[in-house]
Design a protein around this ligand. Sequence first.
Ligand code: ATP
Ligand code: MG
Length: 556
Amino acid sequence: MAVQEFENLDLEQVNDTQKIQILKKINTDLKSSLDDIISILTKFSEAISIKFDLKNLLELVCDTLKDIIKYSSIAITIYDGEKDSFNYMALRNVEPAIDAKIKNIIGDGLAHWSISQKRSIVLPDMENNAEATVLIVPLITQMETVGVIFMYCKKTAESFMQQDLEFLNILGAQSAIAIKNTFLYNEMGLKNQDLANLKNYLNDVINNMVTGIIVLDMQGVIKTFNHVAENLICISANATIGKVYNEILPLSISEKLKEAFTEATKADLQHAKSFNELEVDYSETGKVIPIRISYNCIKDNNSKIFAIIFMLRDMSESREIQRLREIDKIKSELVANVSHELRTPLTSIKAYSETLLDIVGSEDVDTQKEFLNIICQESERLTNLISNLLDLSKLEAGDFKLVLSSVNLSEIVKKCALLVKELAGQKGVSISVEIPQQAPNISCDASKIEQVIINLLSNAIKYNKPEGGKVDVSLKENKSSFEIVIKDTGIGMPKEALGKIFEKFFRVDSSLTYQVSGTGLGLAIVKHIIEKHNGQITVESTINVGSKFTVTLPKK
Ligand code: ATP
Ligand code: MG
């Protein structure tokens, strides 16, 4: 440094003009050296602020120190607090002898001392007759110890001025902060990597779930849309993410999500723990997919809803399984019912024919006649049952076609009333018929409509009072339909049975019903035929008062 040139000058020998010149020179030199230091520090601060790699940063520190201190060797060590040791991180020209010196300094506690004093130390190298110096610069931030710089200089300790040490203190503090920053930066990088890994992991989990997942934020923007959702709704995640759901999703789905959205803003759902469910039959590709949508709100730590998660499940399989189960159940019931209904008449036919065989040729003609009559009735019952079953199976299979013709309903009603007259007579039931004088024709399957009216009239007669029962049958023409009403004064039916009487094999569970023979198929057939004509049948009934069946047939 320039100021040193004048240190040994004998001022007695110098005149005033020379003194002024010397002072001016010292002043200029000091100013220029201060400018140099400021410039080096500024450059250094700028350079370290963009260095996030420890190795590069330490190289820069070594270079900067070289410009100022002109050391012959340098070692930058990083302090390991856990082990209370210093690890070399950057080395230049550290020969074994220098290495040993540094280790001695550390061993003697001088590195720690420099740290505790928060200042640099100048240590003369006594082994070299103090012709060399070791400089110890602590690397400390306000909060913690980062490390220590050791520099070996082939200069005496005295050649270092106080301002050099001040400068080293500043540079050490700045370097310490920069080193610390590289640690934080690396940690941040690791954390970012962890976050990225976690995100990928969660994405993998969500995409490999068997349910479709859609997550919306409270503005309705799609945040997550997994593979199953893509496959179910036939739209790619890329096309949906970041878009508002009702602008991109098909109407049937977005309408359902809207319901959930409205619900989500209601207070009760905000406290609800369980999932809510919605169902939609989705048919974007022509094939109907029943989708069950469960949804719930996602809340932050303050229980504020910030998103809604929707889980979509394809219910095709379970619906199909349920349908097959129902069919299976119906089949089992049908087989049981049919077997039972067939066995009953067959058993009595068998029993009576066996007895007949025993008594055939005997004098008791009356008994033989009675038995033959029973066999005849039971055979008729069997025939009835079988023909009803055949009718029903054709109707249910749907492969039966109406034979349409222009028909006068009044004629049909009259004909049917006549056909059941015999049965009514046997039961002591009177039939009254009320039909319009002139009713226009209607297009229908005459024999099927006859089957309907006969079935209903037979029921009205069969389930009537033992004596003095009445059946009223009427035909009424409305604007767009005909109405056939069959009303009886019979045993009636309980309210809970009314919804079931059109099911196969259903018979009201009462002793009065069982006194009358029947297969429980008549009304099932009736309902099928009427529905095939786009009509409808309704029933009203009161126990012990009577029943009223109303058939409505549209004119077109
Ligand atoms: P079938 O197959 O021979 O007609 P069924 O008369 O028993 O036998 P449905 O006509 O289907 O069968 O009637 C079902 C049941 O509804 C009857 O068993 C009976 O219990 C009840 N039912 C039907 N019509 C009447 C009615 N008019 N009054 C009271 N009960 C009735
Ligand atoms: Mg019947």
